[in-house]
Design a protein around this ligand. Sequence first.
Ligand SMILES: [Zn+2]
Length: 278
Amino acid sequence: MFRIIKLMGVACGIAAVLLHGSPAAACGAPRQAAAVETFQMAAVAEPVQEAPESVETSAKPKNLAELRRQYSETFKFRGPNVKKIALTFDDVPDPRFTPRILDILHRYDVKSTFFAVGHRVKKYPDLVQRIHREGHVLGNHSFTHPQFRSRSVKQFQQEILRTEKTLSGIIGYRPKLLRPPYGEINEGQVKWAKKNGYTIVNWNVDSLDWKGIDRTKVKANVLNAAGPGSIVLFHAGGGTGSDLTGTIEALPEIIETLRDRGYQFVTLPELLNLPKYK
Ligand SMILES: [Zn+2]
């Protein structure tokens, strides 16, 4: 149960994908918790049977914290202890929200990082081109927005490479940065990412904006937690019924407040001292 609750607190919910049936429906509403729970039970149910004595208990799948520790060069969730912050926006492109986010970033001259979902990239290539043209960095957020932890390495690879091909045809580079949907990934997938030169980047500050919360809550979630080297998770796209008004309204105040506190906004490659391409 603890694991389930913990997972639900991470990034956008899983329920939207299950209930709306839309592969890129990014985020669920809290009332859909039952579906999330069922799904997670299935996803983590493997070690329930008692293992024979000869089998070591280390066969249990590693959780995200363990994976981050073990693969710290490949799996990042924060930057170094400097007065810089990276704003990141998942589930783009989405004509309902992405242009408004881009307008704000342009107004404040803030460069950030956008994690794109491949099948949306195919649908709205001009919007991806705009993100790129305005100086932001693009990262890979899968093709259909699945819950990777319960998928095979092969499925992971197919999702990543398909998105990479679509993206690179528009922006001219193959993104080095990967962010798995919901931040969820298993060890085999991390190993594949490492071997193939990707860096997985999650976050350490979660706006929880996918819940459709208002500007005050979005602002509090970010400003109460942001510090040196923070990577902040927002969304600039969503599933059916998503409402990111809270993000759009809070963003100017968040930028102004953090600037007043002396922070500089940078892209993830700049914060992590990495190239944006492979
Ligand atoms: Zn997402």
